[in-house]
Design a protein around this ligand. Structure first.
Ligand code: NAD
Ligand code: MG
Length: 389
C-alpha cells in the first residue's frame, strides 16, 4: 500500500468492529478516523479514550442518557468530536478525509449509512450483508454511478473475490459457498425444536454477534450469503451452490468451465477478510493467524440437508424472485430472530415464519428505497403475529 488509508468503522463495538480495530492498530498504513456504537456506550467511550479517532458517534441517544444517569462520563478529548444520533452515521460515512468505510452494523440498521458511503464514492468494506440482501439492485447501480468500490468482508465472499482472480467472468461455471453447518449440524428436526437460546448462540468455529450466530444455526446466514453473492458477483441461482465444511478453513470455491476449482484457505478469523478489504489490491503483512501445518488437519465436505435446514432454499428462491423479496425475507428473519432471542418463538419457527411471510407478501419487482422500507415494515408486523405471549 503506498498511501495511508483513513477508515471509518461503523459498528466498532461489535464483533467485526473489534476485529477491524485490531487490524488497524497492527498495521502502520491504516488510520482510524471515526467509530460508532449503539447501546454499549461504555465500550464506545473506552474505544474513544484509547484510540482517539477524530469522530465518535453514539447512534442511540437513549443509551447515552442511561450511561450518563448511571454515572458514566462522555470523553472530553482534544481533536475528537462526539456526535449523538443515527444521522451522524452519514456524517462519518461521507467525511472527505475518509477513503474507506467499514459497514459493520448488524441488520437493516446499517442500510442508510451503507448507501451514504456508496453515494459518496467511498471504498465500502461490506460486512453488513443485510443491506445487499434488501437493496442489492440499488446499491450495485449506485456504486457503478459514483465509482464506489464495494468489497466483501464476509469470509465466503472475500474467498470468492480472491478466487475470481484466477479466471475471466465468462469462464466461471459455479461458485460454491462453504458453511460450517452451525451448532445443530447433526441435530434432528425434533431435537432442534427444543434448543435453547444459549445452545443456538454457541457456534462451533466462529465467535460472532448474536444475530449472525442465530442465522448460522438456522443456516439463514447461508441464504443471506447466497443473495449477497448474487449481487456482489452478478451470479444467477444456478451458478451458486452450498457445501457443508465443518472446519471453516476453506472459505469458498470458484469452479471454472475447465473443471478446475480454486479455493481460499485460512484459519477461521475475520481479521483476514477485513484486512484484505482494506489493503486490496495489495497483500500486506498483518496480525492474521496462519494455518498450523505442524498439527494434523483434515478438511471434510458434505452436501447440505435442506430438509433439516430449509432456510437455504429461501435464499435460492429470493435470488430467482428479486424485487422486494430480499427485503421481506431479511425483515422477517430479523424480527423472528429477535423473537427467538426473547424466547417468544421456538427455534424451528424462525424459518417457518419467514417462509410464510415471504409467500404472503405483495411482490413489487422494481422497488425503490421507500418501497423496500415499506416491505420491511410490513414483514416485521407479520412476524409480530407469531408472537403469542
Ligand atoms: P455485533 O452484534 O457484534 O455488532 C453490531 C454492531 O452494530 C455494534 O457495534 C452495535 O453497536 C451496532 N448496532 C447494532 N444495532 C444498531 C443500530 N440500530 N444502529 C446503529 N448501530 C447498531 O454484530 P457482528 O457479528 O459484528 O456483525 C456485524 C455485521 O457483520 C452483520 O451484518 C453480520 O452479518 C456481518 N458479519 C459478521 C461476521 C462475524 O464474524 N461477526 C462475519 C461475517 C459477516
Ligand atoms: Mg460468512
Amino acid at each position: 500500500m503506498n498511501a495511508t488509508k483513513h477508515i471509518a468503522v461503523l459498528g466498532s463495538t461489535g464483533s467485526i468492529g473489534q476485529s477491524a480495530i485490531q487490524v488497524i492498530q497492527a498495521i502502520d498504513g491504516l488510520h482510524l478516523t471515526a467509530i460508532s456504537g449503539h447501546q454499549n456506550i461504555a465500550a464506545l467511550v473506552e474505544q474513544a479514550n484509547q484510540l482517539r479517532p477524530a469522530y465518535v458517534v453514539a447512534t442511540d441517544p437513549a443509551a447515552v442518557d442511561r450511561f450518563i444517569a448511571d454515572g458514566g462520563q462522555l470523553p472530553n478529548i482534544n481533536g475528537t468530536e462526539f456526535l449523538i444520533g443515527p444521522e451522524a452515521l452519514e456524517t462519518i460515512a461521507t467525511l472527505p478525509q475518509v477513503d474507506t468505510v467499514l459497514a459493520a452494523i448488524v441488520g437493516i440498521a446499517g442500510l442508510q449509512s451503507t448507501f451514504a458511503a456508496v453515494s459518496a464514492g467511498k471504498r465500502v468494506a461490506l460486512a453488513n450483508k443485510e443491506s445487499m440482501v434488501v437493496a442489492g439492485h440499488l446499491l450495485t447501480k449506485l456504486a457503478a454511478e459514483t465509482g464506489a468500490e464495494i468489497l466483501p468482508v464476509d469470509s465466503e465472499h472475500s474467498a470468492i473475490f480472491q478466487a475470481l482472480k484466477s479466471g475471466k467472468p465468462d469462464e466461471v461455471s459455479r461458485v460454491i459457498l462453504t458453511a460450517s453447518g452451525g451448532p445443530f449440524r447433526e441435530f434432528t428436526h425434533q431435537a432442534m425444536a427444543k434448543v435453547t437460546v444459549e445452545q443456538a448462540l454457541a457456534h462451533p468455529t466462529w465467535e460472532m454477534g448474536k444475530k449472525i450466530s442465530i442465522d448460522s444455526a438456522t443456516m439463514m446466514n447461508k441464504a443471506l450469503e447466497l443473495i449477497e453473492a448474487k449481487w456482489l458477483f452478478n451470479l444467477s441461482a444456478n451458478q451458486l451452490a452450498v457445501t457443508i465444511h465443518p472446519q471453516s478453513i476453506v472459505h469458498s470455491l470458484v469452479e471454472y468451465r475447465d473443471g478446475s476449482s480454486i479455493a481460499q484457505l485460512s484459519p477461521p478469523d475475520m481479521m483476514l477478510p477485513i484486512q484484505y478489504a482494506f489493503s486490496y489490491p495489495d497483500r500486506i503483512d498483518g496480525p492474521c493467524p496462519r494455518l498450523d501445518l505442524t498439527q494434523p488437519w483434515e478438511l471434510s465436505f458434505l452436501p447440505p440437508d435442506v430438509e433439516r435446514f430449509p432456510a437455504i432454499e429461501l435464499g435460492f428462491e429470493v435470488i430467482k424472485m428479486g424485487g422486494t423479496s430480499g427485503a421481506v425475507l431479511n425483515a422477517a428473519n430479523e424480527a423472528a430472530v429477535d423473537a427467538f432471542l426473547n424466547q417468544k418463538i421456538g427455534f424451528n419457527d424462525i424459518v417457518v415464519a419467514c417462509r410464510e411471510v415471504l409467500e404472503q407478501h405483495y411482490f413489487d419487482p422494481f422497488p425503490e428505497l421507500a418501497d423496500i422500507l415499506e416491505a420491511d415494515r410490513w414483514a416485521r408486523l407479520e412476524i409480530s403475529k407469531w408472537i403469542t405471549a
